[in-house]
Ligand binder design. Structure first.
Ligand code: NAD
Length: 356
């Protein structure tokens, strides 16, 4: 059995490839290796003989078709995406290209590939569209998203993911394809590109930089460890019902300021500042992200009851191990600095000029 993982050299994709590889499943990764990827994310696999990486853009239809024909996959896990909200505010077009056009290219190649399968193989085939809770827009102080929540994306990133989700649903219906969707909250863990809150905070802290917190830091996100998310994706492909959506969450709601404070406290314990003061003193409240959603929360009861998946990582342990991982892997961090110097991005032009 061979499966294809798009975006397998990124943060979540590489966690998924590692799990599949450990289980002895043959994986073909399609990844353009953008700034967010790191081929080292796929180094030291337990079974390197069971993994192949193609450096290919998912918008490149002939190459995608060639890979499908060679790999003969039984499932596609589609994770390749432009994934950073702040970058989508600066320039939405690459998000439309990769997230919308690229998804349509993959779905079209899947449609044509499935047409050539016999009835048994077609019945077993799965296409998983991996998406985000951000497509649902923002919640007030209470309640949680579920599978019936309406799509109300607020950022260009969320809009591009919402469009891709709609293509996935439309392909399932129009071409009777076995497509499934997952929408997950904020992931944390090893190998996340340090433009995102947790690795950015860790690296800025230990290099003596300020720790930017947007607005008053009161935005709430529903956090999940990346390994729990990857396990959920495997469970949905194995046991989910085609054409269904499953929300993936760990009941991990936390305010951004509380996450940053927790990271500072963990660093204070394992890598104390030379002056003995807390890293929390480096926190700086900065201009909020334009259109910043206040709160996301996920009701994971459907995936828990129908599929039997449950998140397993307690957030305190997960965060402690994550902090330690970044401290122990300076080569990963140094590599990311080549393409991103941890400067603020995603401000509309007036604010950008003020900060220049
Ligand atoms: N990170 C989160 O918290 C989160 C939460 C929910 C859903 N998701 C979704 O999960 C998926 C993976 O997210 P991530 O955080 O690992 O992102 P990431 O930015 O770390 O990785 C994305 C990967 O996609 C690759 N890629 C980008 N454009 C490509 C293209 N045109 N062709 C081929 N490969 C391309 C990149 O090289 C990179 O390896 C995305 O679809 C994202 O929307 C992420």
């Amino acid at each position: 059995m061979t499966v294809i993982v798009t975006g397998g050299a990124g943060f979540i994709g590489s966690a998924l490839v590692r799990q599949l590889n450990t289980l002895g499943i043959s994986v073909v990764t399609i990844d353009k290796l953008t700034y967010a990827a790191n081929p080292d994310n796929l180094a030291n696999l337990a079974r390197p003989d069971l993994h192949r990486l193609h450096q290919v853009d998912i918008c490149d239809a002939p190459s995608v078709r060639r890979i499908f024909a060679e790999a003969r996959p039984s499932a596609i896990y589609h994770l390749a995406a432009e994934s950073h909200v702040d970058r989508s505010i600066d320039d939405p077009v690459p998000f439309v290209r990769t997230n919308v056009e690229g998804s349509a290219v993959l779905l079209t190649a899947t449609r044509d590939y499935c047409a050539g399968l016999d009835a048994t193989a077609r019945g077993q085939f799965r296409f998983l569209q991996v998406s985000t809770d951000e497509v649902y827009g923002e919640l007030g102080a209470s309640g949680a998203f579920d599978e019936n929540s309406p799509y109300r994306p607020n950022s260009p990133y969320a809009a591009s993911k919402a469009a891709a989700d709609h293509f996935a649903r439309a392909f399932a219906r129009t071409y009777d394809l076995p497509v499934l969707l997952t929408n997950c909250g904020n992931n944390y863990g090893p190998r996340q590109f340090p433009e995102k809150l947790i690795p950015l905070t860790i690296l800025n802290a230990v290099t003596g930089k300020r720790l930017p917190v947007y607005g008053a830091g009161r935005q709430v996100r529903d956090w999940i460890h990346v390994d729990d998310h990857a396990a959920a994706l495997r469970a949905v492909v194995a046991r989910g019902r085609p054409r269904e959506t499953y929300l993936v969450g760990a009941r991990g709601e936390m305010r951004n300021i509380d996450i940053v404070q927790k990271v500072c406290a963990l660093l204070d314990a394992v890598r104390p500042r030379p002056d003995g003061r807390s890293y929390a003193e480096q926190i700086e409240f900065v201009t909020d992200r334009p259109g910043h959603d206040e709160r996301y929360a996920i009701d994971p009861r459907k995936i828990e009851s129908e599929i039997g998946w449950h998140a397993e990582t307690a957030v305190d342990r997960g965060l402690r191990e994550t902090v330690q991982w970044y401290l122990d892997n300076p080569a990963f961090c140094a590599r990311s600095e080549v393409s991103y110097d941890r400067r603020r991005i995603g401000l509309i032009s007036d604010d950008r000029e003020k900060r220049a």
